[in-house]
Design a protein around this ligand. Structure first.
Ligand code: TXA
Ligand code: MG
Length: 318
């Protein structure tokens, strides 16, 4: 198992040696390595068992440092960055040659973000390179929101996990790119579309399907627990067929299922709280004595949209 601790000096030493380590962010834990060192980047793909056509996000600690990695940034993009960075926003921007092809899968744009987490911001401020970091989970499984999740799944492959406690946002960053001057949301996430539209006006939101995975790796089936997760329309009656049923609800328990087999994302109906709990509760239900898990969607607004996106992807097996 990996060592879990708050030792930034040790984290820096390992990263300088080309190792990959677990790092906290406000969204989910990342599996981080030196983005400018192709051996370290290759190790990230290997540890995650991730196909190399799926590009990585780079992380840095300030907008001033973007100029080292990005070839141009217009004022509208700058406004967005100023308003929401650090925070759960990732921008797709034209990369400089210093960023290796392996990081972007050869694409012209690199995904870049500034995580809102004091420990990781401190770490990044002491490095002279950005960190490439996908979510610290095996490819296709649910993202980790605490050190135990990371250690359970990748602990035998990495040496160190920097402990930043529970992730406060709980779902991945919102990915925004620009096509012909129009802002495009490629992945819904911890920053709401309403917030982004408040700065750049109407955005185009890409809905993913398995026949239309626009960005590499953005496959429809993703973020999935191991047990079958089934979406239930409007609290319909459940045909359990003799199986033990679990339930992941938003505010209210399902009347047909024993309460001890149910988890509620936010009894008060708070979208932020629901996002924060989503992945941890999926894992908890996955480890409970139930054969299958039913779930429901949240109202389709604010962070409810990102939560619904993850639930829909997790309910599909393909
Ligand atoms: O919140 C987050 O974004 C977390 C934390 C650790 O920062 N990271 C994360 O990384 O979710 P990952 O690798 O699990 O998801 C990144 C997504 C992938 O679907 C990838 O295809 C897309 O971003 N992506 C990365 N670089 C890209 C690029 N240059 N062009 C298009 N899509 C890109
Ligand atoms: Mg991921």
């Amino acid at each position: 198992m990996a060592i879990i601790g708050k030792d930034i000096d040790l984290a820096i030493k390992l990263l300088n040696e080309g190792e990959v380590i677990g790092i906290p962010t406000e969204t989910v834990y990342g599996l981080a390595g030196n983005a400018l060192n192709t051996d370290a980047v290759a190790k990230i793909f290997e540890v995650k068992n991730r196909p190399s056509f799926d590009p990585l996000i780079i992380h840095t600690n300030s907008i001033e440092r973007f100029k080292d990695y990005i070839s141009e940034i217009d004022t509208r993009v700058y406004d967005l960055a100023e308003k929401f960075m650090p925070g759960p926003l990732t921008l797709l921007l034209p990369r400089k040659d210093i960023i290796p092809d392996l990081v972007t899968s050869g694409l012209e744009n690199v995904a870049i973000r500034i995580p809102q987490h004091p420990l990781t911001l401190e770490l990044l401020s002491q490095l002279d390179y950005p960190l490439a970091a996908p979510s610290a989970n095996p490819f296709g499984y649910i993202s980790p929101t605490n050190t135990t999740h990371v250690n359970n799944q990748l602990g035998d492959k990495i040496k160190y996990i920097l402990d930043g406690g529970d992730c406060q946002v709980g779902i991945e960053s919102t990915i925004v790119g620009f096509v012909d001057d129009e802002a495009v949301v490629y992945r819904k996430g911890g920053l709401s579309i309403e917030d982004i539209e408040g700065v750049v006006g109407k955005v185009n939101v890409i809905e993913h399907s398995s026949s239309n995975p626009l960005a590499p790796g953005m496959l429809k089936s993703h973020y999935a627990p191991k047990k079958q997760l089934i979406l239930l329309d409007n609290k319909k009656a459940i045909n359990s067929e003799g199986k033990k049923i679990g339930y992941l609800g938003f505010q209210h328990y399902h009347p047909d299922i024993p309460a001890e087999n149910q988890l509620l994302l936010s009894p008060n109906g708070d979208f932020r709280e629901a996002a924060k709990h989503l992945f941890a509760y999926m894992r908890q239900l996955d480890s409970m004595e139930v054969d299958r898990i039913y779930t429901e969607l949240l109202p389709e607004k604010e962070l409810g949209r990102a939560v619904n996106d993850r639930i829909k992807r997790a309910t599909i097996k393909d």
